[in-house]
Design a protein around this ligand. Structure first.
Ligand code: HEM
Length: 301
């Protein structure tokens, strides 16, 4: 990838200018444009409206290196699709690598909870990935998902009724956060009694992996993640005692008993925790962004 705009300070810095810092350079040696250097997904523009904040990139620099992340950013849908489809050239193995390196004390806290997150489907290379995926895919087929329609409609109607009575709403707080979580737990087969317990921990897992926590937050988050791991394990253990229940985790447990070589216990434990973040925050954020667009663009509505 090459960039067309070299920061004005580049020549000065190359000549050893004492007043300008050397311009950032991508790992492959390409210069980083001013806009790429300024891009920070943790700051307000991207947080408030991700699609808008990357409009310039889609138009002018669809793949760029972001020094703030140490990652290459891909802004166009077709490029993303091509990358996700090519698991050989683009390994997913670093997908769950923490963005902010943790202090050693965080690892000690996690160890006290027996935290042992292993690879799950999202960060697993071939050929292991496809073998497992084939075995566990059934519940994600459209016809299998159709049976969840009734509960999704019920939850949405109930939330809408509450909003209508009040006459105003914070849609994220009152709809888009809670409903995807309840739907995800229903899909997994987790009992409603456990929902409030898991709710508190989901954010900790995301902040731990993709956030930019301070040192103090890292320690608090490590404790929350440890508790999350332990709670998820207790739920899984109870499910494994009666593996004939309905839901994707029960389905995965039965596959584990049939083919422990493809679906080992370590995978079930890791997935029980990882899937809550995979299914919840993604859907909540995507729904919020979609409604933001619909409510601000009458043509799209
Ligand atoms: C809008 C919501 C969602 C977004 C943006 C999203 C995003 C993603 C992305 C980017 C991947 C990696 C794809 C790849 O590496 O090829 C992935 C994989 C996965 N997601 Fe989601 N996801 C969403 C909702 C969900 C939900 C609701 C569930 C479960 C109920 C889920 C379960 C999974 C699983 C199991 C994988 C691994 C699939 C595989 O590697 O074969 N996701 N998701």
């Amino acid at each position: 990838m090459t960039s067309t705009t070299v920061p004005p300070s580049a020549d000065a810095a190359a000549a050893g200018c004492p007043f300008h810092a050397a311009p950032p350079v991508a790992p492959n040696g390409c210069p980083v444009s001013d806009r790429a250097a300024a891009f920070d997904p943790f700051e307000a523009p991207y947080q408030a409206d991700p699609a808008e904040a990357l409009r310039w990139a889609r138009a002018e620099e669809p793949i760029f290196y972001a020094p703030s992340l140490g990652y290459w950013v891909v802004a166009r849908y077709d490029d993303m699709k091509a990358i996700f489809r090519d698991q050989i050239l683009f390994s997913p193995s670093i997908a769950l690598e923490k963005i902010t390196p943790p202090p050693p004390e965080a690892a000690e806290i996690l160890a006290r909870w027996g935290y042992a997150m292993d690879r799950t489907m999202v960060n697993e290379d071939e050929p292991a990935h496809m073998e497992r995926r084939r075995l566990l895919l059934e519940s994600f087929a459209p016809e299998a998902l159709a049976k969840h329609e009734a509960i999704i409609r019920r939850l949405t109607r109930e939330a809408m009724d509450r909003l209508i009575e009040k006459g105003e709403a914070d849609l994220v707080a009152e709809m888009f956060w809670e409903i995807p979580l309840v739907v995800a737990l229903h899909f997994l087969g987790v009992h409603e009694d456990d929902i409030s317990l898991l709710k508190a921990y989901c954010v900790a897992h995301t902040l731990n992996t993709w956030g930019r926590p301070t040192r103090e937050q890292q320690l608090a988050v490590a404790d929350q993640v440890g508790r999350f791991w332990s709670a998820a394990n207790a739920i899984l253990d109870a499910m494994m005692e009666k593996p004939d229940g309905e839901g994707w985790m029960y389905f995965s447990i039965r596959k584990h008993f049939e083919r422990p070589d493809v679906v080992p216990l370590s995978y079930l434990r890791s997935m029980m925790m990882a899937i809550l973040a995979a299914a919840h925050e993604t859907t909540s954020n995507a729904t919020a962004n979609a409604f933001r667009l619909l409510l601000s663009d009458r043509a799209a509505w």
